[in-house]
Design a protein around this ligand. Structure first.
Ligand code: ADP
Length: 222
């Protein structure tokens, strides 16, 4: 039987490289990071982009509130302690909305997106991610060119008028504390790779704009 050392050597020689993964998928792994106010259109655009990529035979995966908050970032204790939410709200929302919780929320999402990108997948995240330093930390953890920041820009007035989930209404009524744009700041990106104004650009066109960026940047070939 081989000793432990030679087993390890065999393991390393057999390791699949990132290059091989990318060749297999005929694309480059990357994180497409959407940031913007609630109701700016991040999820809507992310869904369309994911579909467009899949129709082109590309592997893309969306990380959003639904598949992250209830699993990866489920942490009711932290939420209850730090944010003073009810137990019911804690159960529903997982990691809270305090500054520390938001930071940890974003850090974890960034790490998962990076792993997807490492596997050759186009990871699309759609989180408010309001703080510049949190987004910059995710960027810093990614290889150069593997973090594409998409600023989904909308005026607070327009976002509030859309209010698809009634969250602005609740925040204005004081039922939601620390709501971005109302009683918590949104720090717009300084140098995002892509800016989309969703008051002027329909969602489909916005997704096409991101797709065109990926094509131009050579992300859709190995
Ligand atoms: P977010 O993920 O940023 O919170 P959503 O995508 O969930 O935002 O909601 C945005 C709302 O705004 C949806 O109801 C969507 O139909 C609407 N909307 C109107 N115009 C646009 C646009 N140009 N791009 C994206 N969404 C838009």
């Amino acid at each position: 039987m081989a000793d432990q050392k030679s087993v390890n050597i065999t393991w390393h020689e057999g390791a699949v490289t990132r290059d091989e993964r990318q060749k297999l998928l005929n694309q480059k792994g990357v994180t497409v990071w959407m940031t913007g106010l609630s109701a700016s259109g991040k999820s809507t655009i992310a869904c369309i982009l994911e579909q467009m990529l899949l129709h082109k035979g590309k592997s893309a995966y969306r990380l959003d509130g639904d598949n992250v908050r209830f699993g990866l970032n489920k942490d009711p204790k932290s939420l209850m302690e730090k944010s003073g939410y009810s137990e019911d709200a804690a159960k529903r929302f997982g990691v809270g909305f305090s500054t520390d919780d938001r930071m940890e929320n974003i850090r974890r999402i960034g790490e998962v997106a990076r792993l997807f990108a490492d596997a050759g997948v186009i990871a699309i995240t759609s989180f408010i991610s309001p703080y510049r330093k949190d987004r910059d930390a995710v960027r810093a953890a990614c290889k150069p060119g593997e973090f594409i920041e998409v600023y989904v820009n909308v005026s607070l007035e327009a976002a509030e008028a859309r209010d698809p989930k009634g969250l602005y209404k609740k925040a204005r009524a004081g039922e939601l504390k620390g709501f971005t744009g109302i009683d918590d700041p949104y720090e717009a990106p300084v140098k995002p790779e892509i800016i989309i104004d969703t008051e002027a650009t329909p969602a489909e066109k916005a997704a096409e704009q991101i797709l065109a960026y990926l094509e131009r940047g050579g992300y859709l070939v190995a």
